[in-house]
Design a protein around this ligand. Structure first.
Ligand SMILES: [Zn+2]
Length: 144
C-alpha cells in the first residue's frame, strides 16, 4: 500500500509530501516526492525544476549536514558519546551549529561546534574541510 507522509527538514522551512510503498522491504523502499507543500525562500528558485528536484535538493542538504556530523564524531573521540550498542553520537553538552547560505541548488553549509567544556580547534576545522572535500566536493561546507 502507498503511504504518504510529510517531511519538514531541520535545515530549512520547506515542507514536502512524499510517498512510499509499505509492501516493499524497508531496504528497497523508495521515498518519492508527491508534492511540495511549502517552499522556503531559499528554495523558491528557478534552478529547481519540479517537486522531485525540490525533494532531492533539500534531502541532499540535510544529508550533507548529517554525514558531516557522523564523520566528525567518528574522527574525534572528544566529540563522541558512545551508546549501549556501540553507536557514536554527539555529546550532550556540545552543540553542532549549522546553517545554509545561498539559494537554490548551490547552497553552502556553515558549521561550528561549541560547548562550555569544548574548544573548537584547528584540527576540527581541518577535518571538516577534509570530510567536506572528500564527500561533497569543493566549496560545499565552510567553518564559521
Ligand atoms: Zn527549503
Amino acid at each position: 500500500m502507498i503511504h504518504k507522509n510529510i517531511w519538514s527538514p531541520d535545515t530549512c522551512e520547506c515542507q514536502i509530501e512524499f510517498e512510499f510503498d509499505d509492501e516493499l522491504p524497508p531496504e528497497s523502499r523508495e521515498h518519492k516526492a508527491s508534492k511540495v507543500i511549502k517552499k522556503c525562500p531559499a528554495h523558491s528558485t528557478t534552478d529547481i525544476i519540479d517537486h522531485h528536484d525540490h525533494y532531492d535538493t533539500v534531502l541532499k542538504e540535510n544529508k550533507r549536514k548529517n554525514i558531516l556530523l557522523g564523520k566528525m564524531v567518528e574522527a574525534h573521540p572528544e566529540l563522541a558519546k558512545i551508546g549501549p550498542d556501540g553507536s557514536k553520537n554527539l555529546k550532550d553538552d556540545i552543540d553542532y551549529i549549522h546553517s545554509f547560505t545561498g539559494t537554490g541548488k548551490n547552497r553552502v553549509l556553515e558549521v561550528e561546534f561549541a560547548g562550555q567544556n569544548f574548544t573548537f580547534l584547528k584540527k576540527h576545522k581541518d577535518k571538516i574541510k577534509e570530510i567536506s572535500d572528500t564527500e561533497f566536493g569543493p566549496n560545499k561546507v565552510v567553518v564559521r
